[in-house]
Ligand binder design. Structure first.
Ligand code: SAH
Length: 359
Protein backbone atom coordinates (compact mmCIF):
# COMPACT_ATOMS: atom_id res chain seq x y z
CA UNK A 1 0.00 0.00 0.00
CA UNK A 2 1.49 3.30 -1.08
CA UNK A 3 0.51 4.98 2.19
CA UNK A 4 2.34 2.51 4.36
CA UNK A 5 5.44 2.65 2.14
CA UNK A 6 5.29 6.45 2.47
CA UNK A 7 4.88 6.24 6.25
CA UNK A 8 7.90 3.92 6.47
CA UNK A 9 9.93 6.24 4.24
CA UNK A 10 8.99 9.19 6.44
CA UNK A 11 10.10 7.35 9.54
CA UNK A 12 13.42 6.52 7.86
CA UNK A 13 13.75 10.21 6.99
CA UNK A 14 13.32 11.08 10.68
CA UNK A 15 15.20 8.23 12.35
CA UNK A 16 17.62 6.91 9.73
CA UNK A 17 17.61 3.35 8.35
CA UNK A 18 15.43 0.83 10.24
CA UNK A 19 16.28 -2.70 11.26
CA UNK A 20 14.38 -5.32 9.29
CA UNK A 21 12.55 -6.11 12.52
CA UNK A 22 11.13 -2.58 12.69
CA UNK A 23 10.23 -2.74 9.01
CA UNK A 24 8.53 -6.13 9.46
CA UNK A 25 6.60 -4.96 12.51
CA UNK A 26 5.16 -2.05 10.51
CA UNK A 27 4.54 -4.05 7.34
CA UNK A 28 2.71 -6.80 9.23
CA UNK A 29 1.03 -4.99 12.10
CA UNK A 30 0.44 -1.34 11.24
CA UNK A 31 -3.15 -0.87 12.43
CA UNK A 32 -4.27 0.59 9.08
CA UNK A 33 -1.92 -0.47 6.30
CA UNK A 34 -0.38 -3.57 7.92
CA UNK A 35 -0.72 -6.97 6.31
CA UNK A 36 -2.68 -8.61 9.10
CA UNK A 37 -5.00 -5.60 9.43
CA UNK A 38 -5.93 -5.73 5.74
CA UNK A 39 -5.93 -9.40 4.82
CA UNK A 40 -7.30 -12.72 5.72
CA UNK A 41 -4.03 -14.32 4.79
CA UNK A 42 -4.97 -17.98 4.95
CA UNK A 43 -6.38 -20.58 2.64
CA UNK A 44 -6.64 -21.07 -1.09
CA UNK A 45 -8.04 -17.58 -1.66
CA UNK A 46 -5.46 -15.99 0.64
CA UNK A 47 -1.69 -15.76 0.37
CA UNK A 48 -0.60 -19.01 1.97
CA UNK A 49 -2.04 -22.21 3.36
CA UNK A 50 -1.19 -23.83 6.68
CA UNK A 51 -1.38 -27.37 8.06
CA UNK A 52 -4.72 -26.99 9.89
CA UNK A 53 -6.27 -25.65 6.67
CA UNK A 54 -4.95 -28.68 4.80
CA UNK A 55 -6.07 -31.47 7.13
CA UNK A 56 -8.38 -31.68 10.13
CA UNK A 57 -6.17 -34.49 11.45
CA UNK A 58 -3.50 -31.92 12.35
CA UNK A 59 -5.57 -30.06 14.96
CA UNK A 60 -7.20 -33.26 16.19
CA UNK A 61 -3.87 -34.91 16.97
CA UNK A 62 -2.62 -31.76 18.70
CA UNK A 63 -5.80 -31.76 20.81
CA UNK A 64 -5.15 -35.35 21.82
CA UNK A 65 -1.49 -34.55 22.52
CA UNK A 66 -2.67 -31.84 24.94
CA UNK A 67 -5.26 -34.14 26.53
CA UNK A 68 -2.45 -36.63 27.15
CA UNK A 69 -0.20 -33.90 28.61
CA UNK A 70 -3.09 -32.82 30.83
CA UNK A 71 -3.20 -36.34 32.32
CA UNK A 72 0.55 -36.30 32.80
CA UNK A 73 0.43 -33.04 34.76
CA UNK A 74 -2.20 -34.45 37.11
CA UNK A 75 -5.46 -33.38 35.40
CA UNK A 76 -5.58 -29.84 36.83
CA UNK A 77 -9.01 -28.18 36.72
CA UNK A 78 -9.02 -25.48 35.51
CA UNK A 79 -6.20 -25.65 32.98
CA UNK A 80 -5.37 -22.85 30.58
CA UNK A 81 -5.26 -23.93 26.95
CA UNK A 82 -3.61 -21.15 24.97
CA UNK A 83 -2.95 -20.70 21.28
CA UNK A 84 -0.62 -18.11 19.78
CA UNK A 85 -1.71 -16.77 16.38
CA UNK A 86 -4.78 -18.98 15.86
CA UNK A 87 -5.43 -17.76 12.29
CA UNK A 88 -8.95 -18.73 11.31
CA UNK A 89 -9.41 -20.83 14.44
CA UNK A 90 -9.32 -24.04 12.41
CA UNK A 91 -6.65 -25.82 14.47
CA UNK A 92 -8.49 -25.00 17.69
CA UNK A 93 -11.88 -26.05 16.32
CA UNK A 94 -10.42 -29.47 15.41
CA UNK A 95 -8.54 -29.58 18.75
CA UNK A 96 -11.74 -28.96 20.74
CA UNK A 97 -13.70 -31.56 18.80
CA UNK A 98 -11.01 -34.16 19.51
CA UNK A 99 -10.88 -33.06 23.15
CA UNK A 100 -14.53 -34.12 23.51
CA UNK A 101 -13.22 -37.69 23.66
CA UNK A 102 -11.70 -36.80 27.04
CA UNK A 103 -14.71 -34.99 28.54
CA UNK A 104 -13.02 -34.09 31.85
CA UNK A 105 -10.24 -32.34 29.92
CA UNK A 106 -12.74 -30.55 27.68
CA UNK A 107 -14.63 -29.32 30.74
CA UNK A 108 -11.48 -28.25 32.60
CA UNK A 109 -9.91 -26.23 29.80
CA UNK A 110 -10.15 -22.44 29.64
CA UNK A 111 -9.37 -21.24 26.15
CA UNK A 112 -7.05 -18.25 25.78
CA UNK A 113 -6.06 -16.82 22.41
CA UNK A 114 -3.23 -14.43 21.55
CA UNK A 115 -3.99 -12.75 18.23
CA UNK A 116 -2.69 -9.44 16.89
CA UNK A 117 -5.20 -9.04 14.05
CA UNK A 118 -8.63 -7.62 14.93
CA UNK A 119 -10.01 -9.21 11.80
CA UNK A 120 -8.80 -12.68 12.71
CA UNK A 121 -9.88 -12.20 16.35
CA UNK A 122 -13.44 -11.68 15.10
CA UNK A 123 -13.22 -14.84 12.98
CA UNK A 124 -11.84 -16.84 15.92
CA UNK A 125 -14.52 -15.52 18.26
CA UNK A 126 -17.19 -16.63 15.82
CA UNK A 127 -15.67 -20.04 15.09
CA UNK A 128 -14.83 -20.91 18.70
CA UNK A 129 -17.75 -19.23 20.48
CA UNK A 130 -18.80 -22.51 22.12
CA UNK A 131 -15.52 -22.56 24.05
CA UNK A 132 -15.96 -18.91 25.12
CA UNK A 133 -12.43 -17.80 24.24
CA UNK A 134 -10.64 -15.16 26.25
CA UNK A 135 -8.40 -12.91 24.14
CA UNK A 136 -5.16 -11.74 25.71
CA UNK A 137 -2.59 -9.33 24.29
CA UNK A 138 0.46 -11.50 24.89
CA UNK A 139 1.86 -14.54 26.61
CA UNK A 140 2.69 -12.41 29.66
CA UNK A 141 -0.97 -11.48 30.02
CA UNK A 142 -2.14 -15.09 30.57
CA UNK A 143 -3.50 -15.72 34.06
CA UNK A 144 -1.31 -17.82 36.38
CA UNK A 145 -1.75 -21.60 36.64
CA UNK A 146 -1.20 -24.82 34.68
CA UNK A 147 -0.79 -24.20 30.96
CA UNK A 148 -0.98 -26.14 27.72
CA UNK A 149 0.09 -23.92 24.84
CA UNK A 150 0.16 -24.50 21.10
CA UNK A 151 1.45 -22.37 18.24
CA UNK A 152 1.53 -23.31 14.57
CA UNK A 153 3.24 -21.00 12.09
CA UNK A 154 3.37 -18.23 14.68
CA UNK A 155 7.12 -17.93 15.28
CA UNK A 156 7.90 -17.53 11.57
CA UNK A 157 5.85 -14.31 11.54
CA UNK A 158 7.87 -12.63 14.30
CA UNK A 159 10.20 -9.83 13.17
CA UNK A 160 13.79 -10.81 12.44
CA UNK A 161 17.07 -8.97 12.03
CA UNK A 162 19.67 -9.85 9.42
CA UNK A 163 23.36 -9.64 10.35
CA UNK A 164 26.15 -9.92 7.80
CA UNK A 165 29.75 -10.85 8.49
CA UNK A 166 32.02 -8.03 7.27
CA UNK A 167 35.82 -8.15 6.93
CA UNK A 168 36.40 -7.16 10.58
CA UNK A 169 33.08 -7.62 12.36
CA UNK A 170 29.35 -8.04 11.90
CA UNK A 171 27.09 -5.41 10.41
CA UNK A 172 23.31 -5.20 10.06
CA UNK A 173 21.30 -5.19 6.85
CA UNK A 174 18.94 -2.25 7.28
CA UNK A 175 16.05 -0.73 5.38
CA UNK A 176 16.86 2.77 4.12
CA UNK A 177 16.10 4.89 1.07
CA UNK A 178 17.73 4.95 -2.36
CA UNK A 179 18.55 8.13 -4.29
CA UNK A 180 14.96 8.26 -5.59
CA UNK A 181 13.54 7.99 -2.08
CA UNK A 182 12.36 4.38 -2.51
CA UNK A 183 12.80 1.72 0.19
CA UNK A 184 16.11 -0.06 -0.30
CA UNK A 185 18.44 -2.34 1.64
CA UNK A 186 21.46 -0.53 3.06
CA UNK A 187 24.42 -1.74 5.12
CA UNK A 188 24.83 -0.52 8.67
CA UNK A 189 28.30 -0.02 10.17
CA UNK A 190 30.35 -2.97 11.42
CA UNK A 191 30.21 -3.30 15.18
CA UNK A 192 31.60 -5.74 17.74
CA UNK A 193 28.32 -5.40 19.65
CA UNK A 194 26.43 -7.03 16.79
CA UNK A 195 28.62 -10.12 16.96
CA UNK A 196 27.22 -10.75 20.45
CA UNK A 197 23.78 -11.21 18.88
CA UNK A 198 25.02 -13.96 16.56
CA UNK A 199 24.68 -17.52 17.93
CA UNK A 200 28.10 -18.60 19.16
CA UNK A 201 28.26 -21.53 16.74
CA UNK A 202 28.05 -19.11 13.79
CA UNK A 203 30.35 -16.30 14.91
CA UNK A 204 33.29 -17.60 12.91
CA UNK A 205 31.26 -17.64 9.67
CA UNK A 206 33.16 -16.36 6.58
CA UNK A 207 32.92 -12.79 5.27
CA UNK A 208 29.62 -12.24 3.50
CA UNK A 209 27.72 -14.85 5.52
CA UNK A 210 24.28 -13.79 6.73
CA UNK A 211 22.68 -14.78 10.02
CA UNK A 212 19.05 -14.12 10.89
CA UNK A 213 18.12 -13.62 14.51
CA UNK A 214 14.65 -13.28 15.99
CA UNK A 215 14.84 -11.47 19.34
CA UNK A 216 11.05 -11.66 19.78
CA UNK A 217 11.05 -15.45 19.42
CA UNK A 218 13.91 -15.83 21.91
CA UNK A 219 12.14 -13.54 24.39
CA UNK A 220 8.93 -15.53 23.98
CA UNK A 221 10.79 -18.82 24.54
CA UNK A 222 12.39 -17.41 27.70
CA UNK A 223 8.99 -16.29 29.02
CA UNK A 224 7.50 -19.70 28.26
CA UNK A 225 10.48 -21.40 29.87
CA UNK A 226 10.07 -19.41 33.08
CA UNK A 227 6.36 -20.02 33.13
CA UNK A 228 6.72 -23.81 32.69
CA UNK A 229 9.37 -23.90 35.38
CA UNK A 230 6.90 -22.21 37.73
CA UNK A 231 3.58 -23.92 36.81
CA UNK A 232 2.99 -27.39 35.42
CA UNK A 233 2.40 -27.56 31.71
CA UNK A 234 3.76 -27.90 28.21
CA UNK A 235 4.08 -26.01 24.96
CA UNK A 236 4.05 -27.39 21.43
CA UNK A 237 5.64 -25.15 18.83
CA UNK A 238 5.34 -26.19 15.19
CA UNK A 239 6.83 -24.26 12.32
CA UNK A 240 9.13 -24.42 9.34
CA UNK A 241 12.74 -23.89 10.16
CA UNK A 242 16.10 -25.39 10.96
CA UNK A 243 18.06 -27.10 13.68
CA UNK A 244 20.90 -26.46 14.45
CA UNK A 245 21.34 -22.73 13.75
CA UNK A 246 22.65 -21.98 10.28
CA UNK A 247 23.65 -19.11 8.05
CA UNK A 248 21.62 -17.90 5.07
CA UNK A 249 18.82 -15.48 4.27
CA UNK A 250 15.36 -17.02 4.55
CA UNK A 251 13.12 -13.97 4.96
CA UNK A 252 10.52 -14.14 2.20
CA UNK A 253 7.50 -12.20 1.05
CA UNK A 254 4.52 -14.14 -0.30
CA UNK A 255 1.55 -12.71 -2.14
CA UNK A 256 -1.19 -15.05 -3.37
CA UNK A 257 1.00 -18.15 -3.00
CA UNK A 258 3.86 -16.57 -5.01
CA UNK A 259 7.17 -15.07 -3.94
CA UNK A 260 7.26 -11.27 -3.92
CA UNK A 261 9.98 -8.65 -3.33
CA UNK A 262 10.45 -8.00 0.39
CA UNK A 263 10.40 -4.20 0.25
CA UNK A 264 7.80 -3.95 -2.51
CA UNK A 265 4.35 -2.83 -1.34
CA UNK A 266 4.72 -3.28 2.43
CA UNK A 267 1.43 -4.44 3.92
CA UNK A 268 0.35 -6.20 0.73
CA UNK A 269 2.41 -9.39 1.19
CA UNK A 270 3.04 -11.77 4.04
CA UNK A 271 6.57 -11.71 5.46
CA UNK A 272 8.05 -14.66 7.31
CA UNK A 273 11.37 -16.36 7.96
CA UNK A 274 12.59 -19.82 8.89
CA UNK A 275 12.57 -20.44 12.62
CA UNK A 276 15.91 -21.11 14.32
CA UNK A 277 14.78 -23.93 16.61
CA UNK A 278 18.20 -24.06 18.26
CA UNK A 279 17.81 -20.45 19.45
CA UNK A 280 14.30 -21.19 20.78
CA UNK A 281 15.49 -24.33 22.55
CA UNK A 282 18.47 -22.51 24.09
CA UNK A 283 16.35 -19.60 25.39
CA UNK A 284 13.65 -21.87 26.85
CA UNK A 285 16.18 -24.28 28.33
CA UNK A 286 18.15 -21.49 29.99
CA UNK A 287 14.92 -20.30 31.62
CA UNK A 288 14.39 -23.67 33.28
CA UNK A 289 12.15 -25.77 31.05
CA UNK A 290 12.82 -29.17 29.49
CA UNK A 291 13.17 -29.16 25.73
CA UNK A 292 12.27 -32.02 23.38
CA UNK A 293 13.01 -32.09 19.67
CA UNK A 294 12.60 -30.57 17.28
CA UNK A 295 11.36 -33.64 15.42
CA UNK A 296 10.24 -33.50 11.78
CA UNK A 297 6.50 -32.86 11.50
CA UNK A 298 5.98 -36.04 9.45
CA UNK A 299 7.52 -38.20 12.13
CA UNK A 300 5.66 -36.39 14.89
CA UNK A 301 2.23 -36.81 13.27
CA UNK A 302 2.93 -40.45 12.37
CA UNK A 303 3.96 -41.19 15.97
CA UNK A 304 0.69 -39.68 17.20
CA UNK A 305 -1.35 -42.07 15.05
CA UNK A 306 -2.13 -39.99 11.95
CA UNK A 307 -2.62 -43.08 9.77
CA UNK A 308 -5.10 -44.68 12.17
CA UNK A 309 -7.07 -41.44 12.32
CA UNK A 310 -7.05 -41.25 8.51
CA UNK A 311 -8.36 -44.83 8.31
CA UNK A 312 -11.17 -44.06 10.77
CA UNK A 313 -12.23 -40.92 8.86
CA UNK A 314 -11.94 -42.68 5.49
CA UNK A 315 -14.22 -45.50 6.57
CA UNK A 316 -17.04 -42.97 6.85
CA UNK A 317 -16.17 -40.92 3.74
CA UNK A 318 -17.22 -41.06 0.08
CA UNK A 319 -14.47 -41.66 -2.51
CA UNK A 320 -13.90 -37.95 -3.26
CA UNK A 321 -13.65 -37.11 0.41
CA UNK A 322 -11.41 -40.11 0.99
CA UNK A 323 -8.96 -38.93 -1.68
CA UNK A 324 -8.99 -35.44 -0.19
CA UNK A 325 -8.29 -36.73 3.32
CA UNK A 326 -5.44 -38.94 2.13
CA UNK A 327 -3.95 -36.17 -0.04
CA UNK A 328 -4.11 -33.66 2.81
CA UNK A 329 -2.34 -35.90 5.28
CA UNK A 330 0.22 -36.90 2.66
CA UNK A 331 1.09 -33.23 2.17
CA UNK A 332 1.73 -32.77 5.90
CA UNK A 333 3.79 -35.94 6.31
CA UNK A 334 5.70 -36.43 3.04
CA UNK A 335 9.34 -35.38 3.65
CA UNK A 336 9.44 -33.78 0.20
CA UNK A 337 6.46 -31.57 1.07
CA UNK A 338 5.86 -30.34 4.66
CA UNK A 339 7.01 -33.44 6.55
CA UNK A 340 10.64 -32.49 6.99
CA UNK A 341 10.88 -28.71 6.66
CA UNK A 342 8.22 -28.30 9.35
CA UNK A 343 9.27 -29.36 12.81
CA UNK A 344 7.72 -29.77 16.25
CA UNK A 345 9.42 -28.62 19.43
CA UNK A 346 8.01 -29.38 22.88
CA UNK A 347 8.75 -27.53 26.10
CA UNK A 348 7.60 -29.09 29.36
CA UNK A 349 7.83 -28.50 33.07
CA UNK A 350 11.00 -30.11 34.41
CA UNK A 351 9.64 -33.17 36.26
CA UNK A 352 7.69 -34.66 33.34
CA UNK A 353 8.62 -37.64 31.14
CA UNK A 354 9.12 -37.18 27.39
CA UNK A 355 5.86 -36.19 25.71
CA UNK A 356 4.14 -38.31 23.04
CA UNK A 357 5.84 -38.06 19.68
CA UNK A 358 9.21 -37.08 21.16
CA UNK A 359 10.51 -40.40 22.44
N1 SAH B 1 -1.83 -20.78 13.42
C1 SAH B 1 -2.62 -20.46 12.25
C2 SAH B 1 -2.25 -19.11 11.60
C3 SAH B 1 -0.83 -18.92 11.19
S1 SAH B 1 -0.57 -17.32 10.45
C4 SAH B 1 -2.55 -21.59 11.24
O1 SAH B 1 -1.73 -22.47 11.41
O2 SAH B 1 -3.34 -21.59 10.30
C5 SAH B 1 0.11 -16.39 11.80
C6 SAH B 1 -0.89 -16.01 12.85
O3 SAH B 1 -0.23 -15.31 13.90
C7 SAH B 1 -2.00 -15.11 12.39
O4 SAH B 1 -3.16 -15.43 13.11
C8 SAH B 1 -1.46 -13.74 12.77
O5 SAH B 1 -2.44 -12.76 12.82
C9 SAH B 1 -0.83 -14.03 14.09
N2 SAH B 1 0.24 -13.13 14.54
C10 SAH B 1 1.34 -12.79 13.84
N3 SAH B 1 2.15 -12.02 14.60
C11 SAH B 1 1.55 -11.89 15.80
C12 SAH B 1 1.89 -11.22 17.02
N4 SAH B 1 3.02 -10.53 17.13
N5 SAH B 1 1.04 -11.32 18.07
C13 SAH B 1 -0.10 -12.04 17.96
N6 SAH B 1 -0.49 -12.68 16.84
C14 SAH B 1 0.32 -12.60 15.76
Amino acid sequence: MADLAAAIAQRIGREGPLSLASFMAMALHDPEGGYYARHDPLGRAGDFITAPEISQIFGELIGLWCADMWRRIGQPDPVIVAELGPGRGTLMADFLRAAETVPEFRRALRLHLVEASARLRAEQQCRLAAADPCFVASLDALPPGPLLLVANEFLDALPIRQLVRGPADWRERLVGLDAAGRLAFVDGPESPVLSLLVPESLRAAPTGAMVEICPAASALAATLGERLAQYPGAALLIDYGHFPSRTGATLAAVRRHRPAAILDGPGSADLSAHVDFAAIAAAAGAAGTKVYGPVPQGRFLAALGAEARLAALSARADPTMRAELAGGLERLIDPAQMGNLFKALALTSPALPAPAGFT
